[in-house]
Design a protein around this ligand. Sequence first.
Ligand code: GYE
Length: 335
Amino acid sequence: MRNSPILLYLVLCGFILLSFGCIQNQTLPFTQSSNSELETESPKRYEDLIIGFAQLGAESEWRVANTNSIKETAEQLGVELRFYDAQQKQENQIEAVRKLIMQKVDVIGISPIVETGWEEVFQEAKDAGIPIILVDRRASVSEDLYVSYLGSDFLEEGRNAARAMVELTNGKANVVELVGTIGSAPANDRYKGFREIIEDYPEIKIIDSQTGDFTLARGREVMAGFLQKYGTEITAVFAHNDDMALGAILAIEEYGLRPGIDIQIISIDAARGAFEAMIAGKLNATIECNPLLGPQFFELALKVVNKEPYPKWVPSIEGIFFPESAIEILPTRKY
Ligand code: GYE
């Protein structure tokens, strides 16, 4: 019994130690989980991002507007942008992606010049844990090699061009087609979409179709060739972009015919140059393809980095324009 105060003391000490341990055991995981909660609770902001962009070139008014939109938006948001211009060569674009992987950027945006040939380098990005966002043009790779595609419905643009063609020619025309860059998503789909609709109009004939590589100079050259070959047999032009249509307009004038009157012309993009040509009566319709993708791109990149939900395809909203409204609309155009 004499030992009982000592015993009581020991039991008390044990109890204190035990409770301390328990508290410690409770606090430890709590502290840890509160740390990880903190990490997920403090999402990255635009200023924290380093974003790479592998642009394909500067072939058209559209592309210049697209590049400006990306650069200006990065600046406004405070995003650090690493920008490469591949000058219309796929090998340069692949090299740019590899450089961006080495720089360990948070996200890589790319407008693939053509649809094929991307598996290897996209896999390299994936292995390095760097998400790829396709901007403007798609690539034909399996869906796990990119996180999202932001851009237009090129098939629908082709269909809309055909619908405008039917309306303008009353379903009767001999069309020559100026195709965009061979193997590119917009050229492939605009070609296809146009035919889907034209199919139902047997009196609309596509008498020739060649690439003008999305540039004014090539559009002019190819159109001059068509005129040499078919002369006044040609009654309409479908150009896959405005720049090639502007080239075709020059070739038609050089040949001595009136663009927009003797030969109806429809193109895609709805850039300022197209509105000016419509006001001058030389272009008959332009289908909108929106290049101002900067804001949507960085918004998407931030969501990807913060692991917030985002769609696999973010389509742009687009319209069709005719000369009647061109004067009114031109001042509102941002590209
Ligand atoms: O229509 C054309 C540009 O990829 C949608 O590329 C883009 C196309 C655009 O050169 O003008």
